[in-house]
Design a protein around this ligand. Structure first.
Ligand SMILES: Cc1cc2nc3c(=O)[nH]c(=O)nc-3n(C[C@H](O)[C@H](O)[C@H](O)COP(=O)(O)O)c2cc1C
Length: 187
């Protein structure tokens, strides 16, 4: 295990703010574990942002699910990363993913599969989530309500001051902590 502080980048896009809010909850969990979280809006990439991703120990990819797949802004970022793919610049970094939809399923899994394949093309090592919540674990009634393990799934709430439910927010913090711990272990 490395003693250095690990950096976990959260590369996301967000149309109405829900995915950004989810990323902020994940970042809280990352920092609670003693790692550094950096949010990168992939719809406004600068040279500094690409450098941030290249320097990160782990990258979490986040996109809202639009029409059963990652929103177009995220797909543009995916396509723009082809030079990085060619040089395998992100190879052997840890990766994970998160998505928000209006519906508890909402075909978010399709987006997470897309993000997983994207990470695989980059030679990255995927870390899923491990929370068993409702309805199996009565002690975790609001955790992992989407029943998603490939990555983090959240369901948007209409209260714009909240955007993400308290259960999904806590699931996100746990996911961030898990990713930070994995990055520290992987070194
Ligand atoms: C064009 C469009 C397509 C959408 N398609 C889906 C979908 O397939 N499944 C779903 O559950 N929600 C869908 N939604 C809802 C969004 O996923 C949801 O509002 C989410 O919170 C948006 O995240 P954002 O605020 O980060 O953009 C769609 C929204 C838009 C605008």
């Amino acid at each position: 295990m490395s003693g250095a502080v690990q950096t976990v980048a959260l590369a996301y896009c967000s149309g109405a703010g829900h995915t950004r809010r989810l990323a902020e909850h994940i970042a809280t969990g990352v920092e609670a574990a003693g790692a550094r979280a950096v949010l990168v809006d992939v719809t406004a990439m600068t040279a500094a942002d690409w450098a941030t991703l290249a320097a990160a120990h782990a990258i979490l990819f986040g996109a809202p699910t639009y029409m059963g797949s990652a929103a177009a802004g995220f797909k543009t970022f995916m396509d723009a990363s082809s030079d990085i793919w060619a040089g395998q610049i992100w190879a052997n970094k840890l990766a994970g993913g998160f998505s928000v939809g209006t519906f508890p399923s909402g075909d978010k899994l399709s987006t997470l599969v897309q993000l997983t394949v994207f990470a695989a093309q980059h030679g990255m090592l995927w870390v899923g989530q491990q929370e068993i919540g409702a309805p199996v674990d009565a002690g975790k009634p609001d955790i992992n309500q989407s029943g998603t393990w490939l990555g983090l799934g959240a369901t948007s709430v209409r209260d714009k001051s909240l955007m993400i439910s308290s259960g999904d927010a806590e699931t996100a913090r746990r996911f961030g902590t898990r990713m930070a711990a994995a990055a520290q272990r992987w070194g």
